[in-house]
Design a protein around this ligand. Structure first.
Ligand code: KIV
Ligand code: NA
Length: 279
């Protein structure tokens, strides 16, 4: 597979080919996503929850995101890699945001960055984009602001709410984003926003009318224990947790019963050598 570049993504958008995006957080999760032909791999700050076990995304540090991103970069040959700027690494000033973005490229080996927010982030997006770093926008539900949004809520459910999501999407486009994530907005609203924009929209919980889709890998592969809360928009394509569980459980039983390791998993020694050794 050829390397996916900003040009590849633009060409897909022009010919109406949906853009595929998935998260990854380490070498194996990146390797499998790349091998399966994902156009974009996002090192999302959702890794705070799904890979680090944190309560929400506010705790994860830029340094930690960069370590994960570097592992992802080693695992991916062709996908376009986006590093998610975590809370606290870009809101203070455009210069702070650019510094964080540069670290993602240099230390994390990402090809671009993502940041949450609409109109108010325009100067920040412009600062990063004009430095030659592709910026992916993120409007609608912005999980880093869950405390002021009052939790993980659908956005753009009212006419004024929908107008705000549209204005934010237009603003980040104007500021120089190469694409924008629309999270948790009604399908009709996301479809109309997609029509009005001239950059691709990547939907998550935003219906089928977007230019592409993104899901959190751990969620969509079912790599989480039973009982964990999963948003309505996640389709579970696999049951990785149960597969791993069964494998480890069987291993445990076989060790306890001395079935493992059977002779085929052991190294031989020549009979003469063994005789000398055992004397
Ligand atoms: O952190 C993340 O995984 C994300 C995607 C859900 C868009 O931001
Ligand atoms: Na995120």
């Amino acid at each position: 597979r050829k390397k996916v570049t900003i040009g590849t993504l633009r060409a897909m958008y022009k010919r109406g080919e949906p853009i595929t995006m998935i998260t990854a957080h380490d070498f194996p999760s990146a390797h499998v996503a790349d091998a399966a032909g994902m156009d974009i791999i996002l090192v999302g700050d959702s890794l705070a929850m799904v890979a680090m076990g944190m309560e929400d995304t506010s705790e994860v540090l830029l340094e930690e995101m960069i370590v994960h991103c570097r592992s992802v970069a080693r695992g991916s040959k062709s996908s376009f890699i986006i590093g998610d700027l975590p809370m606290g690494s870009y809101e203070i000033a455009p210069a702070q945001a650019l510094e964080s973005a540069i670290r993602y490229i240099k230390e994390g080996r990402a090809h671009g960055v993502k940041l949450e927010g609409g109109k108010e982030m325009a100067p920040t997006i412009e600062k990063i984009a004009t430095a030659g770093i592709p910026v992916l926008g993120h409007v609608g539900l912005t999980p880093q602001r869950m405390n002021s949004l009052g939790g993980f809520r659908v956005q753009g459910k009212t006419s004024s709410g929908a107008m705000k999501v549209l204005e934010d999407a237009l603003a980040v486009q104007e500021a120089g984003c190469f694409a924008v994530v629309l999270e948790a907005v009604p399908a009709e609203v996301a479809a109309l926003i997609t029509q009005k924009l001239s950059i691709p929209t990547i939907g998550i919980g935003a219906g089928n009318g977007c230019s592409g889709q993104v899901l959190v890998q751990i969620d969509m592969t079912g790599n989480y224990p039973p009982g964990r809360f999963i948003p309505k928009f996640v389709k579970r394509y696999g049951d990785v947790w149960s597969e791993s569980f069964k494998a480890i459980e069987t291993y445990r039983d076989e060790v306890k019963s001395r079935q493992f390791p059977a002779p085929e998993y052991t190294y031989p020694i020549a009979k003469e050598e063994l005789e000398v050794f055992t004397e």
